[in-house]
Design a protein around this ligand. Structure first.
Ligand code: ZN
Length: 471
């Protein structure tokens, strides 16, 4: 139960309310009003709270704690209004069969309360005017200068040249952890962390941004929180989504660079195709046991792309990924660090030395090999001529109809029923050689979706007029 109150908190009553014979432990936390902050003598504190939102969020935090830990009960009470020195401002109590759950839950709740509750704190000082201050933890207050943070990096890479850069990191796993940590520490001003996965026990040996306490949590959120703790001078956004051709554009369109740290081919190709079509530079890395590779894609340069080699997306089964075959933490961290280094060099010079080659690393013998990425003149993804022709063709087809009547269907068409599917289902058909005719119940949703895919350049999609009723 979460409560806000303007009155002094009755600690005994709260403790007693948690008493029950099944419980073997009660852990409580009391937050007190102290008489100093950041060197200034404090005389009183005033909490202002947005009650409706705070109550909702407070209750949500307690529910999360109950889901996360094995508890009997957990309560939290937060004061608002004017408080004197020594008064209890916030109280958390957790009862559980075993003390560990009670300790962890209490810590979790007070940390989240400090972080998430819409509560503002006005400090009254002995000798100065009162001031509104952040309610966030004292440990996260910044007491140092930004220049000092970068003192040892400055002579090699100027962090202030990276401050305006926007980078999206897709995948916060084995490669993503070292990449995010390195980019955050280097001072990339705007980082987006994209991952749809949750932390599992088998991730921890290599994905060092996570701890056992994070198991079951969203990777994007935890990773964003950890790197924000590392460098408080940058902006970080967490996106809990699987990257695909539909949501991808929103995630990358304003970026200076995208980093592919995923481990499956379907997503790798989706990121690649979108970055190439939008001319957004991409640095991709992958690792398989002791073999790693890094490659830069930049449509504005004359080097080749993935589609020069693979017209069709190969399957994971044919190539394998580290989920199936295992990988050493040290090896994957090394690859991630190298990928981050490439990214930083790219952002400073708008090109890295190896953008024309794929670099293959043997992480057993520590040797590397470079192979030039030749461009196929016929590649419709990266060759300029082919791109222009395609654009011209696109221009002509602007007025082309996107709907077909059922009488116009032929046996060669791929008929796709999206009635029970979500909006990204059509991704499976973007490389189809056939005319893809999409239908829903009445032809409204399918027309909207087909329109979106047409705008993305997939002109083989059609919507069936009238939907399933017309069949
Ligand atoms: Zn190409």
């Amino acid at each position: 139960m979460f409560q806000l109150t303007p009155h002094p908190i009755d600690l005994n009553a709260l403790s007693l309310s948690l008493k029950e014979s099944k419980a073997g432990a009660l852990v409580t936390f009391e937050g007190w009003v102290r008489n100093h902050n950041q060197g200034k003598p404090v005389s009183a504190l005033e909490y202002q709270v947005y009650e409706t939102l705070a109550e909702k969020e407070g209750q949500k935090i307690l529910t999360e704690a109950k889901e996360k830990f094995n508890l009997h009960e957990i309560v939290c009470t937060h004061r608002h209004g004017l408080l004197q020195i020594g008064e209890v401002a916030v109280w958390v109590g957790a009862s559980a069969s075993h003390r560990n759950d009670a300790f962890l839950a209490t810590r979790f709740v007070i940390d989240e309360i400090k972080h998430r509750l819409p509560i503002w704190k006005k400090e009254h000082y002995l000798n100065e005017k009162p001031e509104w201050v952040s309610c966030k933890d004292h440990s996260t207050h910044v007491h140092f200068k930004e220049e000092d943070y970068y003192r040892k990096q400055k002579s090699v890479v100027d962090p202030f040249s990276l401050k305006s850069k926007r980078v999206a990191v897709i995948g916060a796993g084995g490669l993503g952890c070292p990449v995010l940590a390195s980019l955050a520490a280097a001072g990339i001003g705007h980082l987006t962390v994209v991952d749809f996965d949750r932390v599992e026990i088998s991730n921890l040996h290599r994905q060092f941004l996570y701890t056992p306490a994070d198991i079951g949590e969203k990777k994007s959120t935890v990773a964003a929180k950890r790197i924000a703790q590392m460098n408080p001078f940058i902006q970080i956004k967490a996106v809990d989504q699987r990257f695909n051709a539909m949501n991808g554009l929103d995630l990358i369109e304003k970026c200076d660079l995208v980093l592919d740290c995923t481990d499956n081919l379907e997503t790798k190709f989706a990121i690649h195709d979108l970055c190439m079509s939008k001319s957004i530079p991409l640095i991709s890395a992958s690792i398989y046991r002791f073999e790693g590779q890094i490659r830069t894609f930049d449509r504005m340069q004359e080097w080749g792309c993935l589609r020069c080699q693979f017209k069709e997306t190969p399957s994971d089964e044919a190539i394998g990924n580290c989920n199936d075959f295992g990988v050493l933490g040290a090896s994957v961290n090394a690859m991630g660090s190298l990928q981050a280094g490439e990214a930083i060099r790219f952002l400073i010079h708008a090109r890295n030395a190896s953008s024309k080659e794929t670099i293959y690393f043997d992480l057993n013998s520590l040797s590397a090999m470079k192979i030039k990425n030749k461009r196929k003149s016929t590649c419709t993804t990266c060759s300029l001529e082919a791109h222009l022709q395609k654009n011209e063709a696109t221009d002509h087809t602007e007025t082309e109809r996107i709907e077909l009547e059922s009488s116009e269907l032929s046996g060669n068409d791929e008929l796709v029923d999206i009635r029970e599917q979500n909006d990204t289902f059509l991704d499976d058909f973007i490389h189809s050689k056939k005319r893809v005719v999409v239908f829903c119940h009445r032809g409204i949703r399918s027309r909207r979706l087909v329109h979106q895919y047409r705008e993305r350049g997939f002109h083989h999609f059609y919507s069936l007029t009238g939907g399933a009723c017309s069949l």
